[in-house]
Design a protein around this ligand. Structure first.
Ligand SMILES: C[S@@+](CC[C@H](N)C(=O)[O-])C[C@H]1O[C@@H](n2cnc3c(N)ncnc32)[C@H](O)[C@@H]1O
Length: 213
């Protein structure tokens, strides 16, 4: 099947459109603050949601230049914005807050992303979500990277995350500059097992008031 839409068109499909459309649902349901690793256009999107919900938005970047650019834009003027100029792995040593939504787009080395993932999954409120950028290498980007000898390996962490049973993991190969946006949702605290459901009488066809529906 050929593509019917041009997912490379950033005007039609801004890079963070999926996160933008889901953020208010996640924050309404889960609560908690926002953490963002790697500032840029994503900061504008997340700031808007932090402002609407009146929650803290921790924004972390090693580059003071990037931080200044984002602040100068005037698009992030809310009281809840907490800027941290430094490495994500240093930030997490100090971070302690209720956490509903995280966006990870900083250092792309698996050794770093893996530690970020472990820390934030542990810290997230149940039902909370982490979005990871660059976890799916499409054919076009793969060929482009190979031609300049660049090796993208963040997807290794996605393959590991997909095996964990304390989260649900889903990757969108489109939007996010066609580099993959992985959504990790921390599983709810309570979940029926099949045995428990059978004990409650849930077996076979769906029924309602004794009738198969
Ligand atoms: C791909 S850019 C982020 C793009 C941004 N999310 C956007 O929407 O445009 C990655 C950023 O992560 C920052 N960075 C790299 N390593 C980092 C680390 N270990 N901790 C925090 N930030 C880091 C870089 O300075 C850079 O600004």
């Amino acid at each position: 099947m050929s593509r019917t839409l041009d997912w490379w068109d950033q005007k039609a499909f801004p890079p963070w459109v999926i996160m933008d459309r889901l953020a208010d649902i996640i924050l309404s349901y889960v609560g908690g603050c926002i953490v963002e690793i790697g500032l840029g256009k994503s900061t504008f999107v997340l700031s808007r949601h932090a402002k609407n919900f009146g929650v803290k938005h921790y924004a972390i970047d090693t580059s003071q230049r990037k931080i200044d650019e984002v602040l100068k834009s005037g698009e992030c003027d809310h009281d809840g914005l907490v800027i941290y100029n430094g490495r994500s792995l240093d930030f997490i040593k100090e971070f302690d807050d209720d956490l509903g939504l995280v966006f990870v787009d900083g250092c792309h080395k698996p050794i770093v992303v893996r530690q970020e993932a472990d820390f934030f999954i542990d810290k997230l409120l149940p039902g909370g979500v982490i979005f990871f950028h660059d976890m799916f290498l499409c054919k076009e980007w793969g060929e482009r990277h190979a031609s300049i000898g660049k090796y993208s390996s963040t997807y290794e962490v996605r393959l590991e995350l997909e095996k964990r049973d304390d989260i649900w993991c889903l990757t969108f190969p489109y939007t996010a500059v066609a580099c993959g946006l992985t959504l990790v949702l921390k599983r709810p605290e309570f979940e029926y097992s099949c045995e428990e459901l059978k004990k409650l009488g849930f077996e076979g066809d769906w029924t309602y008031k004794g009738q198969v529906v």
